[in-house]
Structures are given as structure tokens and as C-alpha cells.
Write a protein that binds this ligand. Sequence first.
Ligand code: NAP
Length: 262
Amino acid sequence: MSDKLFSVSDQNVLITGGSRGIGRAIAEGFAARGARVLICSRSQDSVDTAVREMTAAGLSITGLTCDVSHPEQIRTAVEKAIEQLEHIDTLINVAGVNRRQRAETFTVEDFDFILDTNLRGAFLMSLEVGRHMIERSSGTQINVESLNTWMPLKGVLPYAMSKFGMQGMTRGLALEWGRHGIRVNSLAPGFVLTDLTKKLWADPTMQAWNEANAPLGRLAQPEDMIGTAVFLASQASAFMTGQTLYVDGGFSSGWSWPIPLV
Ligand code: NAP
């Protein structure tokens, strides 16, 4: 039996960063539940590959290129998305980049590279789609934050700042747009195996650290993010807005001692 409360089958969904990793898994998760999904990312190749593979699997999915660090590309992409889909019910801001180094070594170029995609890009995308949702008096937006929103990790300061900013944006837009029938929430993944992180997690020291500290005892797969994204887009979360849901295997619940318990 399909449950209408959790259904996204009548939705048109736009997903930035939908060609790989978490965005792609979420795109597949929505399409597999009957949603019409449009993904975008910077590289034509990665969009084409994702669309080809998902279409071959029988999913309803289209794609276009859009680098969210370029405001004019956001405007064009949203125009095309509305042309293709007629309207957008749910926007999911997944596109994100990172650089890991000591705080004092970050340059203006590093800072702009990270913030222009993770924060300014998501903000301008939210506004562009938000204006369309305001006209329709309906819509849902989901922003992909990080465990860094809860507590910054050493070595990724501009990234952590971008995710803190994204949480502010989620709350602020929720406040302003609730009266337009638009809900804005965030999904904050823990440690997920993707292109962004696979080099880091190939290190045995990192693996041992995760094994010792992860409450659920494993890294996440991108598919672990689907359920929460579907929930936040569906009627099941109809009275939730401005919230960040951590999908982190328990990491944000607290700390662990480095010695065994007696
Ligand atoms: P990923 O595997 O590197 O995928 C990133 C996706 O974003 C790709 O589709 C990429 O495609 C697209 N993208 C990157 N920059 C873009 C831009 N300027 N404009 C449009 N698309 C862009 O990364 P991921 O691990 O799935 O991460 C996805 C999101 O989850 C990010 O926001 C990240 O901060 C967040 N997150 C990840 C983890 C983790 O452990 N992996 C944990 C917490 C949060 P193109 O290369 O074609 O542009």
C-alpha cells in the first residue's frame, strides 16, 4: 500500500548537484517514487551520464548544466526548469565543494570558490525558485548542510562557515516564506562515502577513528539520505519548517572517550 502522507509521486523536483554522490542518490530516490526529477550540475558529461543511467533504469529524469557559482546560470537554469516541468514543487540544494587545509593558508580564491557554490549559489537558487513558489503559494525547499553545521571540524573552516550560513538561510527563509505556503528545512549528513570524501576515507587511520567513534558503527552511503529528503518534501513534514535534521549515524548525539568503558 502506498502511503499518501509520505508520497512525492505528484511532485516536480529540481536538484542541484544531482549528477553524483548524495544529490544523485536523492534524485534516484525521488524518481523511483514517481516524482519528475530535473538534475543540474556544472559538467555536461556528469549530467549526461547520470540521466542516461537513470533513464535506462526506467526513471523519469532530465538534466541541464548549471554552475550555481554563476548567478546568470542560475537564472537561465530555473527558467528552463519551469519550461520543462511547468512548475517546481521541491527544490533541493545539494551542490557543494570543499577544500581541506589549515585556516591560515586559505586564500581569497579558496574562500570564494567554496562560498560562491555552497552558500551564495544555494541562496540565489533558493530566491530564484522561491519567487516562482511565492506566485504559486506552495513549495518546499531542502538545503543540504553538514555535521559541520553542528560543530566545525578542523581544517575545513570556509566549508564549515558556508554550512553555518546555510542554516541561517534555512531558518530565515522559513520565517519569511511560511505565510506563502513554502516550507524550508535542511538535511545535515554525517560522513558519507562519495567522490568528495573517498580519498579521506581510504586512509586506515580515518577508518579506525570512524569505527571507534561512529555510534552506528559505519559510514553512510548516499542512499542513506533518501528517506529524510522524501520526508521533508512530503506532507508527513507539513508542520515543520526552519529545521535541520541530522542524518549522521548518531555523531551529533555527543562525544566518546578514547579509552574503553570499564
Ligand atoms: P560530490 O560527490 O562531490 O558531488 C557533488 C555534486 O555537486 C556533483 O553532482 C557536482 O557535479 C555538483 N557540483 C559541485 N559544484 C557545483 C556547482 N558550482 N554548481 C552545480 N553543481 C555543482 O559531493 P557529495 O559528497 O555528494 O556532497 C553533496 C553535498 O552534501 C555537498 O553540499 C556537501 O557539502 C554535502 N555533504 C557531504 C558529506 C559527505 O560526507 N560526502 C557530508 C556532509 C555534507 P559537477 O562536478 O558536474 O558540478
